[in-house]
Write a protein that binds this ligand. Structure first.
Ligand SMILES: Cc1ncc(C[n+]2csc(CCOP(=O)(O)OP(=O)(O)O)c2C)c(N)n1
Ligand code: SF4
Length: 478
């Protein structure tokens, strides 16, 4: 086979350390999640260092964030800077050792939040450093909180209903820095597919090459997947970069001293498109002022044995109502026993501000067992609603001033194959009786809070079975 092409050789860049020794990790793999963009970008940087033959004079400034262990991965000079301070540290090193190649590696929390002024001034001074900026639209390391780059309507742990303009708009670092006179090179790239990834590789090499050639400040922003905090499979995370991030953060060269006057990429702001991609229609978009459909402001107690899922039921109610624009509170109270002890929670869903999360006289009692019914039935406000598990409760009830629904929740859950979903039967029954919350809000809350497809499907079935009971059974008055 004289004409056969040589097989491609994939090798580990020499600029990676032999072992990735760090606190509490396997020394032969990185700590990055599967599908994370940090690993891809690290490989591109290491490969470029090898190809340019600069390993012995490269100094990498690692950030605080998911990339904090970069010092363990790169066999170059390493400094870990305080959160956001990489450009200041890089400035000092580059000025003291101008022959060194100084690379700043930063996340969007690090660079665009706490370190916003550092990067602005380093760029404005035209420091001869190369900055690789990972924009994954969240704080990855600390649990997926909102970053300055979080998209409008994007849900994060600190914007559970989606970011609104109250938290500010997504910060566009390339656009911001390109208003300055000093920078030599600014480009935004993405890890969305093979084509964009190859462009990202070229841009990273160019930013490093610029420094080797003594050109000024270079920055490459990489739209990078964080499947873990986005709660998406790696492939879907790449698609999300394309469909949701790229319209807001247009790719392209924002500054190139070699190509003065190059047209800047223009941002389009297809907010409807973003909302559609995020599964939110205009009407459902979060709006604090939104008029809710129901007139009820229920004050609810959910009570049962620990392990019956009463607290979770309360949480789902609060979360669903929050999706629908309610002010909510959820106050759990339980004994030290994980299972078998009593547990209850106070849940308030209100169109006005909630001044106290305590529910003294509930307008709704969801009693999952007899001791709970016994304890709280006298406290229900006149005209209130009681739903109790008639599979477990035998005590007679004498109150005539409230609506009472005897719901065989445990029996219904058993018929679905799992006693544990009796709490969801309660949820379905309560919602069907009151019409309080929209199905989409409940689905959204269940999606967020119930892990795994099969468990989600079972919970949904139980909610529907509870609703079906209300539609078909004769239940009141008892
Ligand atoms: C001074 C200071 N404030 C806050 C923190 C907590 N903290 C650690 S990492 C981080 C955010 C990291 O997010 P990002 O820079 O986007 O990097 P990612 O983890 O997504 O790669 C924060 C706020 C800290 N370590 N130090
Ligand atoms: S949390 Fe996100 S950014 Fe951090 S390692 Fe995992 S995927 Fe990467």
């Amino acid at each position: 086979m004289a004409n056969a092409l040589p097989a491609p050789v994939y090798s580990r860049p020499r600029s990676f350390s032999e072992r990735f020794d760090r606190k509490g990790g396997d020394p032969f793999s990185t700590h990055y999640c599967p599908g994370c963009g940090h690993g891809v970008v690290s490989h591109m940087i290491a490969e470029a260092i090898d190809d340019f033959g600069i390993q012995d004079r490269t100094i990498l400034i690692s950030p605080v964030g998911c990339a904090v262990f970069s010092y363990a991965y790169f066999d170059v000079g390493n400094v870990v800077a305080a959160h956001g301070r990489a450009p200041a540290v890089a400035t000092g090193i580059k000025r003291a050792r101008p022959e060194s190649i100084v690379l700043c590696y930063q996340g969007d929390g690090d660079l665009a939040a706490i370190g916003c002024s550092e990067i602005l001034h380093a760029a404005n001074r035209g420091e001869r450093i190369s900055v690789i900026f990972i924009n994954n639209a969240v704080y990855g390391m600390t649990g997926g909180q909102m970053a300055p780059t979080t998209l409008l309507a994007q849900r994060t742990t600190t914007t559970p209903q989606g970011r609104t303009s109250v938290e500010g708009f997504p910060l566009r670092v390339c656009e911001l820095l390109s208003t300055l006179e000093a920078p030599a090179y600014i480009e935004r790239v993405a890890l969305a597919d093979n084509r964009t990834t190859m462009k990202a590789r070229r841009a990273i090499r160019k930013a490093i090459q610029n420094q080797i050639e003594g050109k000024g400040f270079s920055l490459v922003e990489v739209l990078s997947p964080c499947p873990t905090q986005w709660e998406l499979a790696p492939v879907d995370a790449c698609r999300w970069i394309q469909s949701a991030m790229m319209p807001i953060f247009p790719l392209g060269v924002y500054r190139d001293a070699e190509r003065p006057g190059a047209a800047l990429p223009r941002v389009s702001y297809p907010s409807e498109e973003i909302l559609r991609v995020l599964g939110i229609t205009e009407e459902k978009a979060p709006s604090p002022q939104r008029e809710v459909r129901s007139d009820l402001n229920p004050r609810i107690i959910v009570s049962g044995f620990g392990g019956q899922g009463g607290l979770f039921l309360g949480e789902i109610l609060a979360e669903s109502a929050m999706h629908q624009g309610y002010q909510v509170s959820w106050l759990p109270s339980y004994g030290p026993e994980m299972r078998g002890g009593t547990a209850h929670c106070h849940v308030i869903l209100s169109r006005d501000e909630v001044d106290s999360p305590l529910v003294e006289h509930p307008t709704v009692l969801l009693a999952l067992n007899e001791p709970s019914l016994n304890r709280f039935v006298a406290k229900i406000a006149a005209g209130g609603l009681l739903i109790y598990d008639s599979s477990l409760v035998t005590m007679p009830l004498s109150r005539k001033d409230i609506e009472i629904i005897a719901l065989p929740a445990t029996a219904i859950a058993d018929s679905l194959g799992d006693t544990k979903v009796a709490n969801m039967v309660f949820l379905g029954a309560y919602l069907a009786r009151t019409g309080l919350l929209e199905k989409s809000a409940i689905l959204a809350a269940l999606r967020r809070m119930v892990p795994g497809e099969s468990l989600f499907a079972l919970n949904l079935k139980a909610v529907e079975a509870g609703a079906e009971f209300i539609r078909t059974a004769e239940f009141c008055p008892v």
